[in-house]
Design a protein around this ligand. Structure first.
Ligand code: PD2
Ligand code: ZN
Length: 277
């Protein structure tokens, strides 16, 4: 299929559907309903999801582990991290044993007394707000706040080949039974007026690492509706995903499914384009 076969109107409709959290399968089904064949619809959707030249990856490298030769583990600072799964679009890697049990427990106990109901950045204004789509409690550590945090940050920087200074401080979230985080993108929408203030400090977010600090008794997966994958929360494991541009075609829409039993704790590290001070 050529680019010309996808009208601007169709492209706009597909991106709006993806942006609203509709899955590619649902979009293909809607197209079949109005007469497209499965093959035609799939080809058209693939064209729209392929970055246009002006949206190609930013100048400079993007963060990510060294995966040449498909290693089953990577040793960083003397610590062996397992590579459990790798996906191309989104660029996603599931790690095993990034933190040991004692490190997870210590982060939880450091965070616990500082938890508050989670807020999100309102990109209309640039300020933070309580958000019903996110029912967890959370807090932020400053970078290098304790020797443990400095060690964990150093391990992440070595694993993802991205300088510590280009990372936000770790955020810790606690989800109790019923708590969830509805699907969202972690990048800041550059078209929203409030984003300018957020982007001035360190530039755009380019990748996310969610580290599981506990294994809940049920639920609490990190789900990627556009990619059709769910990552189970297992203590010490982590899911990494990168976005080459702040666009839905990166297929990095993701959320946390409701916790069904026990508590889910995570530490999230967001990586920025530039130094984040
Ligand atoms: O806790 C998670 O699984 C999760 C899911 C989606 C965390 C985040 N987003 C985040 O911290 O941005
Ligand atoms: Zn997120």
């Amino acid at each position: 299929m050529s680019d010309a076969a996808v009208t601007a109107e169709l492209r706009h409709w597909m991106l709006a559907q993806l942006g609203a959290g509709r899955s590619p399968d649902a979009i293909l089904a809607a197209m079949r309903d109005v007469g497209w064949t499965q093959d035609q619809a799939t080809a058209a959707l693939q064209l729209v999801l392929t970055p246009a030249p002006e949206e190609e990856p930013r100048a400079g490298r993007t963060p990510g582990p060294a995966l040449d030769g498909s290693p089953s583990s990577i040793v960083v600072d003397g610590h062996r991290v397992h590579v459990l799964a790798v996906m191309q679009r989104p660029r996603l890697v599931v790690f095993g044993g990034l933190l040991n049990d004692a490190e997870c427990d210590a982060l939880v106990e450091l965070a616990r007394p500082r938890l508050a109901r989670s807020e999100t950045v309102d990109t209309a204004t640039g300020s933070t707000e309580i958000n019903g789509a996110r029912t967890s409690d959370g807090m932020f550590f400053a970078r290098g706040e304790t020797p443990l945090l400095a060690r964990v940050e150093q391990r992440i920087a070595a694993l993802l080949r991205w300088p510590v200074e280009r990372g936000e401080g770790l955020q810790v979230l606690r989800y109790r039974p019923g708590a969830e985080y509805r699907p969202h993108h972690d990048y800041f929408d550059p078209d929203r007026p409030g984003s300018a203030a957020v982007l001035a400090r360190g530039g755009q977010r380019v990748a996310t690492l969610v580290i599981y600090l506990s294994s809940p008794d049920g639920g609490g997966a990190t789900s990627f509706p556009d990619a059709g994958i769910e990552v189970a929360p297992v203590k010490g494991n982590a899911v990494f995903f990168a976005y080459e541009a702040p666009k839905p075609w990166t297929r990095t829409l993701h959320g946390a499914t409701p916790v069904l039993g026990g508590e889910k704790w995570v530490a999230t590290k967001w990586l920025r384009q530039r130094r984040f001070d």
